[in-house]
Structures are given as structure tokens and as C-alpha cells.
Design a protein around this ligand. Sequence first.
Ligand code: CA
Ligand code: CA
Length: 448
Amino acid sequence: MASPSHRRSLRKRRTVLVSAAAVAAAGLGAGIFVMNANATPVDLAHQALPAKDGWAASGSGTTGGSKADSAHTFTVSTRAQLVKALGSATNSTPKIIKIKGTIDANTSDAGKKLTCADYASGTGYSLAAYLKAYDPATYGRSKLPSGTQEKAREAAEAKQKKNIVFKVPANTTIVGVPGTYAGIKGGSLQVQNVDNVIIRNLALTATEDCFPQWDPTDGSSGEWNSNYDSVTLRGATHVWADHNTFSDAPFFDKAEKTYFGRKYQIHDGALDITNGSDLVTVERNQFTNHDKTMLIGSSDTDSVGKLRVSIHHNVWKGITQRAPLARIGQIHLYNNHYDTTTLNGYAPKYSLDSRAKAQVVAEHNSWTLPSGAKVAKLLSGDGTGSVAGTGNLVNGKATDLVAAYNSANSKKLKTTVNWKPTLTAGLQTSAKSLSADLLKTTGAGVLS
Ligand code: CA
Ligand code: CA
């Protein structure tokens, strides 16, 4: 982490076209090199999570692949190169993977574009046959699809999954090369049962399931469920997700078809943190054009004593819900900006849901609400979750969101929590400038 004096000496020796105020507003290293103790610039790929920067800084901290030797430092531009660089999911040798440009996950090893039809080819699956087989009018609504077409769907799904899911091993940094529109289109980064992973400066877009499954027993009317989050953490520890842009673009939910009276949903989560994941910092990302954005805990019994997540300086814009949906864990939500104006058909249901005894501290966040929108609708809960914290602004005015929610709902949010955040590097005690500042300092493509 750069000390102020290092930053000053850096500015003397290099022409850096940023004001001191802009550096402070940008926070940790945005737009500048971070210096180590010997005043040598540390490039983006070798940076570790700064001390005290959220839950991922706890204990041994989060260094990702920063200790990688040159033999384990890769620059990749294709899906096949990315797969090769990731290597075995159980190989914990530190590695840095720099992504240059946009990798399309739906491509073959030879680089040929793959469509949903390509995955379905040879499996016997077709959507028309699937719809005919499981039409509630003939198949009923009491049991999950089974039989020939469901087997064929699973076979086609397995082919897509093998192609688009990237298993990230321990001690890995995946980082976008600045200035190259770096990212992954149509992919799912899966961080499962591993420790110490950094994901930075990537546009993670268009993660789509070609083969949603019909579940007539999901809810009162059934649902089409799909499988892939852009980033999914399961049993993952020490993860830093920094300066990424998450988006469904260019295909939005409003263009989805309806079958059996329900939306044929091809999107799952943007960044889901489940199955006992713990010690995660989610920082300076943009979450945009998405419905179910961030799940913390996959069920009310996910994992007690874990699911500790810090979420700060992110922009949430054009998000329908789960920003996040929090269960069980100690979650610190600060200095985020929410714009709840409907965008590309993504109309807000709520921002933050605290349930299953979640212990959320939400402080110094800001919301932009369109006229007529209700503050009471920004939160959600099941009557067991807590939301503590002060200093939240709605359209620039100090607002007690919990009081507004509780006055309108019978399942009240609790206002006390069982912990006090201490890993709070960069916490600003005023949310006033966030809406302007964060537009320039978040998401992929900002870091250099
Ligand atoms: Ca789902
Ligand atoms: Ca998910």
C-alpha cells in the first residue's frame, strides 16, 4: 500500500495527470501505480489486497497469485489459453493470469464460435420437444421433468458447462490488461473450496445458460432456472473482487420469451457467495443490467460462522434485486451507490435483503431514487435479519431506511448486530460525493 510520501515522490518523478483530491477519491491505486517499501512500482497483476481492506484482509490476507514466478505468469486472449493457464483446480502454485481483450467462453478449443445449437447437437434435445414433453397441461405440476427430453437437456447442458465454467485454483490472480477491454463474455468463474483468489479489472458479461430447466414445483407457478453466475464462490475463502463490471448486456431479460406462463430465464447470479464461503471483499465493481445480482448464503442453513463479506465502493445500477441478499453472515456494506432508476427493463424490487439472522452493517451508502419510488421498498427481510448502521443518503438526504421499511412491514428488520466492523480501510464517513465519484472510479477499465 502506498504511503502519502510514496505517492508524493511518485508524482515528482512521473507525470501523473491526477490531482491529489482525485487520488484520494479514487482510493486504492486507481490510476496510479502502488509502490512497495523500496519505491518500486508494483503493477496491477502483482498487487495484493491492502491491509484492513475488508473481510478478505483478515488473518493471512489476500495476495492471490502475487508471488507467482515468471513460469506461472500468463497472458491469455482465448478460451483455450485461459483453460491452460488455470490448469488443475487443485494446483495451488501461485499464478497470475492476465487477460488481454475479451475472451468469448462460447468458443471451441480451436477458437470457433459455439452456439446453443452446437451444444445441443447430437444430444437429441430441442426446446420444442422439451416444451411438448413437460407442458403442465399434460405432464402436470407435481414433479420435476424426467425422461428422454430431460436427459437430453442434461447432456446438452453438460457440454456447455464443460466449455464455459472456469475453475479457479488457490493462490491465483486473474486480472484484465489495462487498455484492452479485458474480460470474459459468456463465462462463469468458479472459485470452489480454495483460498486466496483475486479477480480484477474484468468485464464479466453475457453469462447465459443455453438450457434452462423447468421446475413446476418452484414457487406457486413454477420457474425456469438457469445455472451460471459470472462469478460463483462456493466454500471459497480470502477472495478479493475488485474493479470488475458485471452485466447481462447485450441480451436483457426483457427480451426473454415466456413459456408455461413464466419467463424463460437464462441468467442466474452475477456474483454469488455461498456454501460456507468466507472472508470476501467486493470493492469498486459495477453491477449493472441484472436481476438476481448477489446471493450471500444459498439457504437459511448455509453455514453459521462464515459468509463474512465486505462490500464497498460499488455501483449498483439497473439491478432488480439481491444487492445483496444476505443470509447468516457478518456483512459490511459501505460507501456503495445505488441508482434504482429502471434501466433496460430492469426495474427494482429491492436493494438489500437481510434474512436468516444476517448481521448487516450498512453505513454511508447513497441511493438515487426516481420520483415516486418508496424508501420502504429499498430493503427486504424475513423478520430475523439485522441491518445496523447510519449515514445512508437517499437523493442526498440522510435517511433511516430501516425505520422506513419497518413502518411499512410486519416482518421487521432488527437494528442491532453482534459485531463491529474493524477492517474498514477507505471508509468515508460521508456518502455525499459517492454518486459522482464512483462513476469514475469503479468497474473494469479504470485501473492502469
Ligand atoms: Ca438460480
Ligand atoms: Ca447462483
